[in-house]
Design a protein around this ligand. Structure first.
Ligand code: GDP
Ligand code: IMO
Ligand code: MG
Length: 422
């Protein structure tokens, strides 16, 4: 059997959580492969709304195993909070949630360092989620990290050594803080973490594959936030792309099956950094209001713009996307005209190749498309699609070279149209 991968093709918040939940019944195991509590994956069903940060989005479909993989950075305090909230709403997680021993821990001082580095950057700040993601991955790569598996062996010693090193850096940055209350909450989170089984997840997953089980790998963030291929330096600190599923779970490239690339019918971005199709006018505000584009973790207003097919083609290429999933098409339901960026003019020269640096003089070349001006939110089947919407889908499939297999027409689990042949 193979591992199918679901990942974002834009700047995150495409709707990954919703679709992982919808697809979970087809799988035996769901595994998060990178990122940490910078993610906010929203799921809505039976009148309830849940936002998951570290726990995989397969957790609500009974009987499925969910794994936090080695590529994830885990904050015990936030993890504990998430567990508590889910348990309070009647969801029992024990035995269904397993954690890789090799997942790195986000320490309270990583969060302080995140804030200190951002403050030091001034106007050039990245606009991080403030969750300590960059500093935790820096320690991982610098071979100074503390891993979940360390809980089993000389944990206190490793914690203290790392925190003392962080304190020195914070002092150099003249950053003021009170660590005691942060540590109290963090160690309470450690107690919660100890209730869960820590496993060698690479062995577990490969054995499951040998037993013929299906695995879905859940990505966080999006391709344009990838540390190598995103709009560097305004990116996150992990490989959000398909290859990240191999390193973040310990499965070989040959074991990857379908790659589901998920995108919104328009485009959003949170935090700083270039965004060629951004609309800083009434239309951008309209998209933000209609799409409720406010961060699920930070509440920050998301920047909005038209769909960018140059960036999407690049993301499809980097990830080897085999199936596309289009989200939030309902947000465009009333628009008479929809725009799509089909090429860029870079310093006046037209190109369809995604350039090295999109913060330079990059101007979108637009194609205008007829809107469908029909409420699609209650549709159940693609047979109900208006002609103009069908034409829009055909246009996207032709431009992107990959079939759109699912169309999402609302936030609820039920508002999902699986197309014929999927
Ligand atoms: P993720 O991080 O990729 O899981 O996405 P987020 O949860 O951060 O953001 C997606 C937002 O859009 C959430 O508030 C979802 O409830 C909502 N959403 C998902 N799909 C749809 C859709 O098809 N239509 C509308 N209107 N909202 C959607
Ligand atoms: P999901 O999984 C949208 C953005 C931040 C910032 C940059 C770096 O919900 O799609 P970080 O805290 O990772 O160091 O911040 O990345 N960012 C996200 N934007 N969705 C996310 O996750 C994000 N995770 C990080 O806003 O610009
Ligand atoms: Mg999100």
């Amino acid at each position: 059997m193979k591992v199918d991968v679901l990942l974002g093709l834009q700047w995150g918040d495409e709707g990954k959580g919703k679709i992982v939940d919808v697809l979970t019944p087809k799988y035996d195991v769901v595994a998060r492969f990178q990122g940490g509590p910078n993610a906010g994956h929203t799921l809505e069903f039976e009148g309830q709304k849940y936002v998951l940060r570290s726990i995989p989005s397969g957790i609500f479909q009974g009987g499925k195993t969910n794994i936090i993989g080695n590529g994830v950075v885990l904050d015990p305090e936030l993890f504990g909070k998430e567990v508590k909230e889910l348990e309070a709403s009647g969801h029992n997680l024990s035995y269904r949630l397993l954690i890789s021993k090799k997942a790195h821990l986000i320490l309270p001082t990583h969060r302080l360092l995140d804030a200190a580095y951002e403050a030091a950057k001034g106007t050039g700040k990245i606009g991080t989620t403030g969750k300590g993601i960059g500093p935790a991955y820096t320690d991982k790569i610098g071979r100074n990290g503390v891993r979940a598996g360390d809980l089993l062996h000389r944990f206190e010693e490793k914690y203290v050594t790392t925190v003392n090193r962080h304190k020195e850096i914070l002092a150099q940055l003249h950053f003021e803080y009170d660590l005691t209350p942060l540590e109290e909450k963090w160690f309470a989170g450690i107690e919660c973490l100890k209730r869960f089984q820590l496993i060698d997840s690479e062995h577990y997953l490969n054995k499951k594959l040998c037993q013929g089980k299906n695995i879905l790998a859940e990505g966080a963030q999006g391709t344009m936030l990838d540390i190598d291929f995103g709009s560097y330096p305004f990116v996150t600190s992990s490989n959000t792309i398909c290859a990240g599923a191999c390193t973040g779970l310990g499965v070989s490239p040959g074991k990857i099956g379908d790659v589901y690339g998920i995108f919104k019918a328009y485009c959003t971005r949170v935090g700083s950094g270039p965004f060629p199709t951004e609309l800083q006018d009434e239309m951008g505000e309209k998209l933000r209001q209609l799409g409720h584009e406010f961060g699920s973790v930070t509440g920050r207003p998301r920047r909005c713009g038209w769909i960018d097919l140059v960036a999407l083609r690049y993301a499809i290429m980097i990830n080897g996307v085999t199936k596309l999933i289009m989200m939030k098409s309902d947000v465009m339901d009333q628009f008479p005209i929809i725009k799509a960026c089909v090429a860029y003019r870079v310093e006046g020269v037209k190109t369809t190749d995604f350039p090295y640096d999109i913060s330079e003089d990059v101007r979108p070349v637009w194609k205008e498309i007829q809107g469908w001006q029909t409420d699609m939110t209650k549709m159940q089947s693609e047979d109900e699609f208006p002609a103009a919407f069908k034409a829009y889908l055909s246009f996207l499939e032709k431009e992107l070279g990959v079939p759109v297999v699912i169309v999402s027409v609302g936030a609820d689990r039920e508002q999902t149209i699986i197309r014929h042949g999927f």
